[in-house]
Design a protein around this ligand. Structure first.
Ligand code: GLN
Length: 571
């Protein structure tokens, strides 16, 4: 009796468990999956490793998509401080995403979408809203299977919508993080859902260097692989990041302790340029290992574009010195795409980029000459809030008065307009209403229809919008076409009340929205090259295809002689 009763409960439980499982359905078109986890420490370049694996597969003719799953609880990184998160990367469809998506797009040359980045916050809020809508029919909602099903759905949807042959999914953080556990469990389950032969696991770890003995240590890697195996995942490949060259015998050692073949232990020492990473991985046969495991039959692939980029980076000797004036200069990651775009443009002109960061809060009329004297060009990037704005305005004035090429990106364009208008109206009471609502000349402002919505907090212009380029302007010359489309992330716009006056005074509005209402690009007419855009061109620059505005800015910079004299050649 006791026993029968137990059986009955078991079978009931089993049936309801099965019902829950069935709420997760497999898509018809099944992609193959590569899951990349991290071990030991964060910030070892997992995103670049993922982007490089994608590059190798794409070169072989495989249709690759990439996705980043971030275990933190924010719904997206849009509202996170740059101090916490670095750059917010914006996709064509206007998703505010992790900066690793920038690496993926730059390396693989795909346009990703909102599907390509999900956080625990998004996963949990979706599960909770389904629960509120009664979709689970009164069931008890649990991490397994409800949250893991939602994660698996996120993975499958991305693969299906991108029609990928292979989806590479990077799990943010490192193995062992508490909030990462549902993600690790979900990718473990995937092996059963889509078949062992369609799934592989790559673990990226770090080998610390002990200065006292001059050795690279493998123990942390052994521990992180043990942790992963405890959660049911045996890695197929272990990528070992290190700051020193890894001795061959360590491959055997890691292979033995972590139960992978020696050739699947891939050394990835720190290299001069991130664009070398696909070549380093290709030399270690990463492409072949992946193709073999997943049964990809495409050819060996051609990496000549990457070889050419790396060779040109090595050969570029003549420096071009660019000042980046912003308020987060101590954080390299905040302006990541801007830095990469400048590299692409310098490379295009065969120059070595010397980027120096100028803290806008510390820039003023007295020190501007000393701080910017050696710059061939000045960039003022995007940003929010009034901290450091006056320093950026000082930089814009210096650029305008001294004929130094200037590129303003979003906030940098608004700053350029404010500085120009202060001069035209001979008044300091000129500003954006983001920084001062009571000014005499609000040259940057919310659109009238935005003001009402702003009270409800939803006015950010995000994602790709078309832009018509006006004939006879520098912007049009740079693009060489009549119209383009660019990605936005801002709230404020140029105030059309001042368009006529500023135009008469020498500012051209060279890029406009299709209906002509919104100023997308402004430029100073009587200047070698001073252009600001309301969008973020840095999200569309690629290593082998510098963005037209960055390319034209860099050309002007290479032709400019800084007021402080020519920069020294590097040793
Ligand atoms: N803070 C400005 C705005 O909201 C600029 C934003 C940006 O540079 N991304 O319009």
């Amino acid at each position: 009796m006791q026993c029968c009763h137990g059986l009955l409960i078991d079978s009931l439980e089993w049936r309801s468990y099965n019902a829950m499982q069935h709420s997760f359905r497999l898509p018809e078109n099944m992609a193959k999956h590569i899951f990349v986890t991290g071990g030991v420490v964060s910030s070892v370049g997992k995103g670049i490793t993922v982007a490089s694996i994608g590059t190798l597969l794409k070169a072989r003719g495989v249709k690759v998509a990439v996705q980043k799953l971030d275990p933190y609880l924010n719904v997206d990184p849009g509202t996170m401080s740059p101090y916490q998160h670095g750059e917010v990367y914006v996709t064509e469809d206007g998703a505010e995403t992790d900066l690793d998506l920038g690496h993926y797009e730059r390396f693989i040359g795909v346009d990703l979408t909102a599907d390509a980045n999900a956080t625990s916050g998004r996963v949990y809020s979706s599960v909770i809203s389904k629960e509120r809508e009664g979709q689970f029919l009164g069931g008890t909602i649990q991490v397994v299977p409800h949250v893991t099903n939602e994660i698996k759905r996120t993975i499958m949807d991305c693969a299906t919508r991108m029609s990928a042959d292979v989806l590479i999914t990077e799990i943010g953080g490192t193995v062992g993080d508490i909030e990462g556990q549902p993600f690790i469990e979900a990718i473990r389950q995937m092996r059963k859902d889509v078949g062992r032969e369609n799934v592989m696991y790559i673990h990226v770890t770090y080998l610390p260097h002990l200065a006292s003995t001059g050795e690279l240590k493998t123990k942390p890697t052994q521990h992180s692989v043990r942790e992963l195996r405890a959660m049911g995942i045996q890695p197929d490949i272990i990528v070992c990041r290190s700051d020193y060259v890894m001795p061959e015998d360590l491959r055997d050692k890691i292979g033995l302790f972590c139960d992978v073949p020696r050739q699947a232990v891939i050394p990835l020492p720190t290299v001069d340029s991130i664009y070398e990473v696909p070549l380093v991985l290709a030399d270690a046969d990463m492409g072949d290992l992946v193709a073999e495991k997943l049964g990809l039959t495409q050819g060996r692939g051609d990496l000549s574009v990457w070889k050419d980029i790396v060779a040109r980076l090595r050969d570029a000797r003549e420096p071009v010195s660019i000042a980046l004036v912003g308020k987060y200069v101590e954080l390299e990651d905040t302006y990541l795409s801007v830095r990469e775009s400048l590299k692409h443009a310098a490379l295009m002109h065969g120059k070595a980029l010397e980027l120096f960061w100028v803290h806008s809060e510390q820039l003023n009329d007295d020190n501007v000459m000393a701080q910017l004297a050696s710059a061939h060009g000045i960039v003022v990037p995007g940003g929010f809030g009034m901290r450091g704005i006056e320093g950026m305005i000082v930089a814009a004035r210096y650029a305008r008065e001294n004929g130094v090429p200037y590129l303003g990106l979003c906030l940098g364009m608004q700053v350029m307009v404010i500085e120009f208008a202060r001069n035209v109206f001979n008044s300091q009471s000129v500003n954006s209403t983001e920084f001062d609502q009571g000014v005499d000349y609000p040259v940057i402002d919310l659109l009238p229809e935005q003001r009402e919505i702003d009270k409800m907090g939803g006015t950010m212009r995000l994602g790709s919008y078309p832009c018509e380029l006006v004939a006879g302007t520098r912007a049009r010359e740079a693009y060489g076409v009549e119209s383009t489309s660019e990605r936005h992330r801002h709230r404020f716009e140029f105030n059309n009340d001042y368009r006529q006056q500023l135009q008469t005074a020498g500012m051209d509005f060279s890029g406009l929205s299709r209906d002509g209402r919104l100023v997308e690009i402004a430029e100073v007419r009587d200047h070698p090259w001073m252009v600001g855009c309301q969008f973020h061109p840095e999200f569309k620059s690629r290593p082998d295809r510098a963005h037209p505005l960055f390319a034209a800015f860099m050309k002007a910079a290479t032709e400019s002689v800084p007021p402080g004299g020519q920069a020294e050649l590097p040793l």
